[in-house]
Design a protein around this ligand. Structure first.
Ligand SMILES: [Fe+2]
Length: 121
């Protein structure tokens, strides 16, 4: 049965139930060095513990933002996908940024994971 309260907020490792968070918070991986205007690879994997992809409990999508700026969405299908994606992105401005990934589980709501990056010349 769905847990309605998880659908009424953005859940994080700090705010969500710990056991549920382990399976839902997106984990963002980036290179050690990110250069202004140069493409780099961002890998987003849902959960430090892999999330199932069964019809009753699966990750529907992952969204990626830089701060509040939308970058990408990837949709997933139960049974036929693993909830992970690798994207090539470009950040056009120098400085510290927060990459924010959101995953939505059909049963457990929306979860946010973040990664601080420093974009240099
Ligand atoms: Fe779930």
């Amino acid at each position: 049965m769905a847990e309605p309260s998880l659908f009424c907020q953005i859940n994080t490792a700090a705010t969500g139930p710990a056991e549920t968070a382990k399976k839902h918070v997106p984990v963002i991986t980036v290179p050690a060095t990110i250069k202004v205007g140069q493409p780099f690879t961002v890998t987003i994997k849902v959960g430090e513990v892999p999330h199932v992809m069964e019809s009753g409990n699966f990750i529907q999508f992952i969204d990626l933002y830089s701060g509040h700026i939308y970058i990408s969405r990837v949709d997933f299908t139960a049974e036929l996908n693993k909830p992970e994606v690798t994207l090539s992105i470009v950040l056009p401005h120098e400085g510290k940024r927060t990459l924010r990934a959101f995953s939505r589980c059909n049963l457990h709501g929306i979860w946010e994971g973040t990664k601080e990056v420093n974009v240099t010349k």
